[in-house]
Design a protein around this ligand. Structure first.
Ligand code: PEP
Length: 254
């Protein structure tokens, strides 16, 4: 059985007070934890120290939303993989569509970060997804293939250290999720495409779905055979919603 993941991407939201309140509620939740479903939160960088203090020793892991493509140096405003490790991060989101769209991150740059993350002891969570225009012009598979291929070209031993998140851009933050069937179709395609290069890995790699996952659609999505959990944006800022989504994943998995 593949490991499942429920990951909360807090984006650029929160304050010291709200982070403390949210993490305290998540930690004290009565939702029974499952060894098969990993819970991870991705706060903004400046809250990583507080997150580490609050979550150390708990069943919830924490991760960064991005990292620099260089190990260290004169890169004003950047945060390195080694710094993230020092603050207890074990995972890092890479290639989120907001990074691609607003900060011009390319597949080459993201692949460079992917490699550096694995070399630094971080598990990269590679986000890929098509825009509405690309879907409507039937380019979904070509776009996803292109976004995947640079990371796959790093070689099986590197690529297998990551996690994949399919996040259709048209579903992120819009309230319009892909249907469970639409998402499953893409996840199945992704496994088939990966299998062309790495057949064992295609079955083992966790592939998460992200894009307007909420308590009312999570179960249907997670019931799909190729969907191994979710990357949750807006709903992860509400403890009750995030816990319910986690609970749904656990109930399907156990
Ligand atoms: C995301 O930011 O990765 C995301 C999926 O956001 P939302 O759940 O709000 O669509």
């Amino acid at each position: 059985m593949r490991k499942k993941f429920i990951i909360g991407n807090w984006k650029m939201y929160g304050s010291k007070a709200s982070v403390k309140a949210l993490l305290t509620t998540l930690k004290s939740s009565s939702v029974p934890p499952s060894v098969n479903v990993n819970r991870i939160v991705c706060p903004p960088y400046v809250f990583l120290a507080e997150t580490q203090t609050l979550l150390e020793g708990s069943q919830i892991a924490w991760a960064a939303q991005n990292m620099a493509a260089e190990r260290e140096g004169a890169y004003t405003g950047e945060i390195s993989a080694a710094m993230l490790r020092e603050f207890g991060c074990r995972y890092v989101l890479l290639g989120h569509s907001e990074r691609r769209t607003y900060y011009g991150e390319t597949d080459d740059l993201i692949a460079k970060k992917f490699k550096l993350a694995t070399e630094s002891g971080l598990t990269p969570i590679l986000c890929i997804g098509e825009t509405l225009k690309q879907r409507q012009s039937e380019q979904t598979e070509a776009v996803l293939q292109r976004q995947l291929d640079k990371a796959m070209a790093l070689g099986e031993s590197v690529f297998q250290q990551g996690i994949l998140a399919y996040e259709p851009v048209w579903a992120i933050g819009t309230g319009v999720s892909a249907s469970a069937e639409q998402a499953q179709k893409v996840h199945q395609f992704l496994r088939q495409h990966i299998a062309l290069h790495y057949s064992d890995l295609a079955q083992k790699l966790p592939i998460l779905y992200g894009g307007s996952v909420k308590p009312d659609n999570a179960k249907a999505l997670f019931q799909m055979p190729d969907i191994d959990g979710g990357l949750i944006g807006g709903a992860s800022l509400h403890a009750h919603d995030f816990l319910q989504i986690y609970g749904d994943c656990v109930s399907i998995t156990n």
